[in-house]
Design a protein around this ligand. Sequence first.
Ligand code: UDP
Length: 334
Amino acid sequence: MKSKVTSKNENNFSPLVVEKKRVLVTGGAGFVGSNLIRKLLAKDYRVICLDNLFSARAEKIEQFRDNRGFEFIRHDITQPFELEVDQIYNLACPASPLYYQKNPIYTTKTSCLGALHVLANAQRTGAKVLQASTSEIYGSPQVHPQVEKYWGNVNPIGPRSCYNEGKRVAESLFFDYYREYGIAIKVVRIFNTYGPGMSANDGRVITNFILQALQQKDITVYGNGEQTRSFCYIDDLTDGLIMMMEEEEYPGPINLGNPDERTINSVARTIINLTNSPSKIRYLPLPENDPLSRRPDISLAEKVLKWRPKVSFAVGIKKTIDYFKKNYYGLGGE
Ligand code: UDP
């Protein structure tokens, strides 16, 4: 870790004062943000978490309250702000389809205005700034697996476009600031991520299925369940985010995800088996514009960052089931 070192050098007695790196995490009270903050604090960074708690919960950051390196600012990223920091992780945006479609205009504003505000802040302070982009920018992909140079197949006027197009505009802004002003940008495209700390009510497939299985309710598979996703365990993802931020040259975009692709039917069966649940699968209509397949090509991340996910689905999903048992049912977990 590079730190600024200043010496007061009064009478030659003052010790060296090591200034810790100051890191801003927007959307830091969310699932990815709170897990990232835990790692940054463990690395001895000073962390400011900026969040308006629109789709996040204050409980996720309670754990840091007594840490002197941590500060929480309740602020809406669609409004300008000024903060003196060395690095910015821009994670602010509702990310689950259920939440980002609740107030779609606000979702678009969060990505677009949020990007403008973090970039302005980076320009003023010289901070490095990482944009949490998404596999959704590939839309319903016609290239499989998805490589970074694929431009995507996105419906610009559908129910998912507030999120997809908002994130695409954010990428565009990041690269324009990079070309125009030489801002140190880092753009990562995050694929489906899961693990302890996910919100129980965000409507995502992993949380829905685990909770349904634990409650012995029907497992709601949308469509015929043969659509695919590739799930990355949260610790692998946060490692990748930090490695991208610490990398000195490559602006991105770079895919971060686990290429282990599975059908939604197989995810349902795995969760039913691991929870010993009597739940049955109930098939419901596929939501509009739901992508039929998704798998990251991560050769670029392997080459540039020497990163690849380490946690298998079998291990990660057990830890996630345990988390929900402990936190929602008092069932003890392992
Ligand atoms: N899905 C499902 N049942 C659920 C929730 C989601 O079958 O209860 C499907 C959804 O239609 C999609 C996949 O699981 O094909 C992943 O959905 P999620 O909302 O977790 O993420 P995203 O669609 O953003 O990848």
